[in-house]
Design a protein around this ligand. Structure first.
Ligand code: DGT
Ligand code: CA
Ligand code: CA
Length: 572
């Protein structure tokens, strides 16, 4: 189906959904749904047909009015009536329609019968049994709704950082090609490298004569234009990402980048500090009275307010301003500090690539070592290795290491922590391994006291080196386990178990806040990708992002060490 047809159909369907919620005339609702079907089913693009001068009302079920709307969508990318209607229907009601099994009819019923207008309302009604009493809401449906609500934070969903990169990269390339554009940067939580972002905040440096605004709202992935002005526009993209673009003069580049990078709490704290020094600070610059004293670069701005440069990852009002004033900012870890990856999988279990390919990929990244940590048998979905298979892998790695120069393949496992806290491999095998990564894969729903005790029990096994993805969260999909993480960090610090920052973009576990707490509790830390492919080794940088947000320096992370020292540091 031509791309513009899909977009047109989506807008019509959405319009029909909202009409339905509003109890509009059913014939009207049906007309839009029908139009969506006809457009989606057409083998020719609507824009093509228009370009050929064809009348769209020749299409079945498309009258003059709908034909005109299609023309408007093709020309502007938006359906103005939809934007209007969106303002009338509470945002939370349209969010509810995003849940599995909840179409407009049911959302309308929920609103009419039980006054449900938010995730919270819905959760309460499901738990109290009121939901099950409604016609059409059987026990299965209610259970499914509850399950999806458990995974759903209230409000619109935030987008994973890696996904945001996929969305931002082509948009940045598009904007950079527009005439008059000097610089394009993404500020906001994206630049602070938060694990998820709410929206993208783009700062464009260009003269006022640039066509950047007109071109921005015409970007191919834009599904609606929320506002369009001379210096600021906001659009919504496919995939639900919202993008703010601000056009700023070159002389304000640093001030604008700084202001829109935030966080808001950090900005407010720094502004207070500036005021105390008789300075005013905004997105255009730093001012003493009417005189502008800085703003061209962030470095210039920091110098003007008497602070050393604070890296974006630290700008969360979590003590960075005090540390900066005291000259005690950390010297943050960077990707170049990493000497190897300590959690990787091969095709011996559920990985895609061979041992040899993984090693080659590790070497290609300039690493000095790579730990091969395939699953143990209990993780049957991943075809975990039994003792015999693992011994064969150990043998194969020994033989490889004899031949390899300047590189060490570390023998390892990702051993499953069983429900009672014991490990899924005998000590006689574990002790032959260089890197024992242990992880939870089952029984993730245990109550906190049991879950905590289970993990502490695993620490009792002196062969275990690293707790992998400690909270087991999957961003936007699965919440953290219930467990007393502070108790776990204290025990890990005492017994010498290292905590993993899992760099897989779907996990980022530990996250920044946990990693900082673990570090402050005295834990050793490692950053690993848990990759199942050669390419996945590149995810290391996402782990570095979270480590930086956790204030970690190279010396705080074990896999910045050369191999011999790493093995000593892992030992308990
Ligand atoms: P997000 O989008 O929820 O992931 O988080 P941010 O941090 O990107 O927040 P956003 O998009 O609302 O705003 C971008 C930046 O603009 C924010 O980090 C700081 C700045 N900003 C926004 N509102 C205010 C404000 O009221 N005061 C100050 N000083 N700065 C603000
Ligand atoms: Ca943002
Ligand atoms: Ca924003």
């Amino acid at each position: 189906m031509p791309a513009d047809n899909a977009e047109i159909a989506k807008l019509f369907n959405r319009y029909a959904d909202l009409l339905e919620i509003q109890d509009a005339n059913p014939f009207r609702v049906r007309a839009y749904r029908n139009a969506a079907r006809v457009v989606a089913g057409s083998s020719r693009g609507m824009s093509e047909l228009l370009a050929e001068g064809r009348d769209l009302d020749e299409l079945p079920g498309i009258g003059k009015d709908l034909a005109k709307k299609i023309e408007v969508i093709v020309q502007t990318g938006i359906l103005p009536q939809l934007e209007q209607l969106q303002k009338q229907v509470p945002r939370s009601l349209s969010d509810l329609m995003g849940l599995p099994g909840l179409g407009p009819k049911r959302v309308k019923l929920l609103f009419r019968e039980l006054k449900i207008r938010s995730f919270e309302d819905l959760k309460r009604a499901a738990r109290s049994g009121k939901l099950g009493a409604l016609p059409g809401f059987g026990a299965k449906t209610v259970a499914r709704i509850l399950a999806s609500l458990e995974n759903h934070s209230p409000g619109p969903q935030r987008i994973k950082l890696a996904e945001a990169e996929h969305i931002a990269t082509p948009l940045l390339a598009y904007l950079r090609k527009i005439s008059g554009v000097k610089c394009v940067d993404v500020a906001g939580s994206y630049r602070r490298r938060r694990d998820t972002v709410g929206d993208l905040d783009i700062v464009v440096i260009a003269g006022r004569e640039t066509p950047v605004m007109a071109r921005f709202v015409k970007y191919d992935a834009v599904t609606s234009v929320l506002s369009k002005g001379v210096t600021r526009s906001t659009v919504q993209l496919r995939d639900g990402m919202q993008v703010d673009l601000r056009l700023m003069p070159e002389i304000s580049y640093g001030a604008a980048l700084y202001y829109f990078t935030g966080s808001k709490a950090h900005n407010i704290a720094v502004r207070k500090l500036a005021v105390a020094k008789g300075l005013k600070i905004n997105e255009y610059g730093v001012y003493r009275g009417p005189r502008r004293i800085a703003g061209r670069s962030e470095q210039e701005l920091f110098a003007a307010i008497g602070l050393p440069y604070i890296p974006p990852e630290l700008r969360e009002a979590r003590g960075e301003i005090e540390a900066a004033r005291a000259g005690k900012l950390p010297d943050l870890i960077s990707l170049a500090d990493i000497h190897g990856d300590l959690h990787t999988h091969t095709d011996a279990t559920d990985g895609h690539d061979t041992l040899a390919a993984m090693i080659e990929a590790g070497r290609a990244r300039g690493y000095e070592y790579l730990a091969i940590t395939d699953h143990s048998r209990h993780v049957s979905v991943a075809h975990g290795l039994d003792v015999k298979q693992l011994l064969a892998q150990i043998h194969a790695i020994d033989k490889l290491n004899d031949k390899l120069k300047d590189f060490q393949v570390l023998k390892g496992t990702e051993v499953d922590i069983l429900e009672d806290g014991s490990l899924d491999l005998p000590d006689s095998v574990l002790k032959r391994l260089d890197v024992v990564v242990a992880a939870l894969h089952y029984d993730l729903g245990l109550p906190a006291s049991k879950q905590t005790a289970r993990i502490l029990r695993a620490f009792d096994n002196r062969h275990m080196h690293i707790l992998a993805h400690p909270t087991t969260r999957l961003i936007n999909i699965r919440a953290e386990i219930a467990a007393d993480m502070d108790k776990i960090y204290a025990a890990a610090a005492k017994s010498g178990v290292a905590m993993e920052i899992n760099a897989n973009p779907d996990r980022l576990d530990l996250d920044d806040i946990h990693a900082r707490a673990a570090h402050q509790a005295g834990c050793k830390l490692v950053i690993s990708t848990d990759t199942h492919t050669t390419g996945g080794l590149d995810a290391m940088r996402f782990g570095i992002d979270q480590a930086r947000r956790a204030w970690l320096e190279a010396g705080d992370v074990l896999n910045t060490l050369p191999c011999n020292r790493l093995l000593k540091a892992l030992a308990r």
